[in-house]
Design a protein. Structure first.
Length: 489
């Protein structure tokens, strides 16, 4: 099969599961923002920000390590998988027990001493998801995209269904038959309980993959995987610093009291969710792209293929940027009225995510040349920049400073990765075309704002005109060729 067509088809399957699944999951955002106050939603955002850091560490980079060693150096896929799975099972069991014993102390430290059980539930979710991550990696390696997608969607359906049951049904009926089932003191804790139940269901569905643990543990292979994978932890941890540190620190950096700062955090987090479409596409591309890049590494035309992939990727991401920003007057109803004062950060965060997607594409140079430690340095540099800018800008500009810090971080990482890639794994990227799509999209967004301001044209009419301008331009420059190459037309 044509490699671009194969990547497109795999991305479509993963993308469909991501779009359907995460769309269902993101339906929880209006549920939460319409039923909870910004302060309460701020608590949820804070805990999930902490969880983001541990989620990266607890997988130990073994997803990528498994891809690297599953059928190389004389290893069998089963032995590599079993080695990774046994290690993750042991490490995550230890993590859960440790947090279980120290939950009271840690809850007090985080100023949530009334609810140490939140930490226990989050720890259980993290442990279950880490073990499930390597099982999902096996499905990806075997190109069982449909099974991967179905399990993901079922997990999210369970989560969404339980959240609706707890927050809408039981809460609304708390004065009648559900009086003994709804506990107001639990509050946002029902969100964590629903997530935990969904993670348990997911692991049960992955039972056939978990049986691979019986294939043994190869100590020599484990050492190789660990040496290769640990830098990926640094990369992932630095990535989560760039993605989540703003929400983890905002409560401490904003000038107000704890409750006011949590409210600002809730507003920022809710508006961050409006970059959902960009995040969905990048996640789908990650799932399909990583095994694709490794599978075609030996192809003599690989650099040209990778260059074309980046161009088409940015072309589509620029469309997503315009779709959301030009129709923001519709997307704003995704969050409750109390959260809409933060909508002005949405274009900034969309651009930030676009640069993140570019960085994902450019990271092929260190993954294919085994220079993961050098790749980790790029991520660490981005993390240092993020910390510095958050400390500087958030106290001065509030959550707008966090949005600009995210954009500056991802843009700098993409630039650094591009420059290093030219040295270690040259790829003939069409830089002018890539930047052209980005500049064109931003120019259309700004022009749309000006047209609305000076002419009073209806925002939906104006947005549609500018979106069509982009689509027609992209079609004649690149989209038509892409459709022909993947065999659609």
């Amino acid at each position: 099969m044509n490699p671009l067509k194969r990547l497109a088809s795999q991305t479509a399957v993963y993308g469909l599961s991501s779009i359907v699944g995460r769309f269902l999951n993101y339906l929880l955002v209006p549920l939460f923002t319409y039923y909870f106050t910004p302060t309460e939603y701020g608590v949820v955002s804070e805990f999930y920000a902490y969880a983001g850091f541990f989620a990266v560490v607890l997988v130990f980079g073994f997803e990528t390590g498994y891809f690297r060693f599953r059928d190389q150096d004389g290893n069998t896929p089963d032995r590599a998988y079993s080695t990774a799975l046994r290690f993750l099972l042991s490490a995550n069991l230890g993590f859960f027990l440790l947090l279980l014993l120290g939950s009271d102390l840690l809850a007090n430290t985080l100023q949530h001493g009334d609810h140490p059980e939140y930490l226990v539930w989050i720890a259980a979710i993290l442990a279950l998801d880490a073990v499930g991550a390597v099982a999902f990696a096996k499905l990806r390696a075997q190109e069982k995209a449909l099974r991967f997608a179905s399990i993901k969607i079922i997990e999210i359906l369970v989560n969404v269904g339980l959240c609706v049951l707890f927050i809408v049904v039981l809460r609304s009926a708390a004065t009648s038959w559900a009086a003994g089932l709804w506990d107001p003191a639990m509050g946002v804790g029902y969100i964590f309980i629903a997530n935990l139940a969904a993670s348990l269901v997911k692991l049960l569905l992955l039972t056939p993959q978990l049986r691979g643990v019986t294939q043994g543990f190869d100590v020599a292979l484990f050492k190789k995987m660990l040496r290769y994978s640990l830098p990926m932890v640094i990369i992932g941890f630095a990535g989560i610093v760039n993605e989540m540190l703003d929400r983890a620190l905002m409560k401490y950096l904003l000038p107000g009291d704890t409750q006011a700062n949590l409210a600002q955090l809730g507003i920022y987090s809710a508006c961050y969710k409006l970059s959902i479409l960009m995040s969905l596409f990048i996640q789908a591309f990650r799932y399909a792209g990583e095994p694709f890049f490794f599978a075609h590494a030996a192809d003599k035309n690989a650099p040209k293929i990778y260059a074309d992939v980046l161009t088409y990727f940015v072309m589509f991401c620029a469309f997503i940027f315009l779709l959301v920003t030009l129709y923001l007057d519709i997307f704003k109803y995704f969050v409750g009225a109390a959260f809409r004062e933060g909508l002005f950060v949405v274009p900034i965060l969309l651009l930030a995510n676009l640069f993140l997607g570019i960085y994902v594409n450019l990271s092929v140079w260190y993954k294919l040349t085994d220079r993961t430690l050098l790749g980790a340095m790029v991520s660490m540099g981005g993390a240092v920049l993020t910390v510095a800018l958050l400390l500087w800008w958030v106290p001065k500009f509030g959550y707008a400073g966090a949005a600009w810090a995210t954009l500056a971080c991802y843009a700098s990482m993409a630039l650094a990765s591009y420059l290093l890639g030219r040295k270690y794994y040259p790829v003939p990227y069409d830089v002018r075309r890539v930047l052209g799509y980005m500049v064109f999209a931003v120019a259309l967004y700004v022009a749309n704002q000006e047209v609305i301001w000076f002419t009073g044209m209806h925002v939906l009419l104006s947005g549609t005109v500018f979106l069509l301008v982009y689509l027609v331009t992209a079609y004649f420059y690149d989209a038509r060729k892409l459709l022909q190459r993947v065999g659609k037309f």
